[in-house]
Design a protein around this ligand. Structure first.
Ligand SMILES: Cc1cc2nc3c(=O)[nH]c(=O)nc-3n(C[C@H](O)[C@H](O)[C@H](O)COP(=O)(O)OP(=O)(O)OC[C@H]3O[C@@H](n4cnc5c(N)ncnc54)[C@H](O)[C@@H]3O)c2cc1C
Length: 324
C-alpha cells in the first residue's frame, strides 16, 4: 500500500550527490526522504582525495558526517533500494513536477512531488584474473584520485581500447616508469601521433595480452603476459596498474520514467539542464548518475544545485496554485 507520508522530495542514493541535495532541501524545510542502498562507488578505496578541506578522509567517514548533517534538519534516511518508480500527470500531483510513486525493495511505497536520482554508476573491470580484487588499492583507474599516493612507483597501464594511450600519457605526470600493456589493442591501432607522444613521455609499449595480475603478500607485484606470442609468459614487475573499467550507469529508474538519454563513450546518461532537471518534469539527476566524470566534489556540487532548484520549483508551484 502507498504510504501517505507527504514527502515533498525523495532522493534515491545517499552518496555525495544525494546527501548534498538532501542537505539543502532539509535546510529549506522540505520534507525529504533519502533512500540509500549503501554501495558508493569509491567504497573500495581507503581514502578520498582532491576534495578541498576533506583531502585524504575515508569515504565512509565522509558519508557518515553527511548523514549526521542531514539528520539535523529532519531529513529521513533509510537503508533500502528503490526498485521502481512511476509518475502521474503533474496536474494531479499538486504541481511542482509530478506525483511520483516510489517502490522500495523492503516493501514500502512512498510518494513525492519531486524525485532526485543520485544512484551513481558501477565500474565493470576487465576480466583479467586477480584484477577486480585489487581495485581501488593498487589497481587504479583515476590518476587524480590515486596518482599522488602512487607517485614514482613502477606503473603499468592495461590497454582495453586506444583511449588507454591517453591514460598512459596522463599517468606520466606521476611516474616516469610507465609501461603500456597493449592487451586488447593491436600495435597497428596506435597512430603515429600516439607513438610519438608515448616515446616523448618515456612510456614503454609492451605488446601482448595480460594473462594475470600477480599479487604477493597482499600487494601487486606485477603482471604476467599470456604465453605463445614473442615475450609471452614473461613477468613484468609493477607496483601499480591502471585499468579503465567500463562504466555502467545506474539509470534504470530514469529509463522507467521515460527520461531522454544521451549516448557517450562511457554509457547512457540523462539529458539534463544546468540545474540537473531531466526531460521529465519533477525528475532530477545528480552526480555520477548524470555523468561519468563527476568526482566527489562535483557530485556534491551537482546535488546542491539540484536541491536548491527543487526548492524554488516547489515554492513557485505552490504560489501559482494559491494565487487569487
Ligand atoms: C576506486 C575509486 C576511487 C575513487 N576515488 C576518488 C577520490 O579519491 N576522489 C574523488 O573525488 N573521487 C573518487 N572517485 C569517484 C567517486 O567515487 C565518485 O565521484 C562519487 O562516488 C560520486 O558520487 P555519487 O553520489 O554520484 O555516487 P555514489 O557515491 O556511487 O553514491 C550512489 C549511492 O546510491 C546508491 N544507490 C544506487 N542505486 C540505488 C537504488 N536503486 N536505490 C537506493 N540507493 C541506490 C548506491 O548504493 C550509493 O550509495 C573514486 C572512484 C572509484 C571507483
Amino acid at each position: 500500500m502507498t504510504e501517505n507520508t507527504g514527502y515533498e522530495v525523495v532522493v534515491v542514493g545517499g552518496g555525495a550527490a544525494g546527501l548534498s541535495a538532501a542537505l539543502v532541501l532539509g535546510r529549506s524545510r522540505r520534507r525529504t526522504l533519502v533512500v540509500d542502498a549503501g554501495e558508493p562507488r569509491n567504497a573500495p578505496s581507503a581514502h578520498m582525495q582532491g576534495y578541498l578541506s576533506r583531502d585524504g578522509m575515508s569515504p565512509a567517514a565522509f558519508l557518515a558526517v553527511g548523514r549526521r548533517e542531514i539528520a539535523r534538519y529532519g531529513v529521513e534516511l533509510v537503508r533500502d533500494r528503490v526498485v521502481d518508480a512511476t509518475r502521474e500527470d503533474a496536474d494531479r500531483g499538486g504541481g511542482g513536477g509530478g506525483d511520483f510513486s516510489v517502490v522500495l525493495a523492503g516493501g514500502r511505497t512512498v510518494r513525492a512531488r519531486q524525485l532526485v536520482v543520485a544512484t551513481g554508476l558501477e565500474d565493470e573491470l576487465p576480466p583479467v584474473p586477480g584484477l577486480a580484487e585489487r581495485f581501488g588499492r593498487d589497481v587504479l583507474h583515476c590518476p587524480y584520485c590515486h596518482g599522488w599516493e602512487s607517485r614514482d612507483l613502477p606503473t603499468g597501464v592495461l590497454a582495453t581500447s586506444v583511449l588507454s594511450v591517453h591514460q598512459a600519457l596522463m599517468v606520466t605526470r606521476w611516474s616516469k616508469d610507465v609501461r603500456l600493456f597493449l592487451h586488447e589493442v593491436g600495435e597497428s591501432e596506435l597512430t603515429d601521433q600516439d607513438l610519438r607522444r608515448l616515446a616523448a613521455a618515456g612510456v614503454t609499449v609492451v605488446p601482448g595480452e595480460v594473462a594475470e595480475v600477480v599479487v604477493t603478500d597482499d600487494r601487486l607485484t606485477g603482471v604476467r603476459l599470456a604465453g605463445g606470442a614473442p615475450g609471452g609468459g614473461s613477468f613484468h614487475a609493477r607496483e601499480v596498474l591502471y585499468a579503465a573499467p567500463r562504466a555502467v550507469p545506474r539509470n534504470d529508474l530514469l529509463v522507467r520514467l521515460g527520461a531522454e538519454l544521451r549516448e557517450t563513450p562511457f554509457g547512457s546518461y540523462p539529458v539534463i539542464d544546468e540545474r540537473g532537471l531531466t526531460s521529465v518534469p519533477g525528475l532530477w539527476a545528480a552526480g555520477n548518475a548524470s555523468g561519468f566524470a563527476e568526482q566527489v566534489v562535483n557530485a556534491a556540487s551537482r546535488g546542491y544545485r539540484a536541491g536548491a532548484a527543487i526548492n524554488a520549483e516547489l515554492l513557485m508551484a505552490d504560489l501559482d496554485e494559491s494565487a487569487p
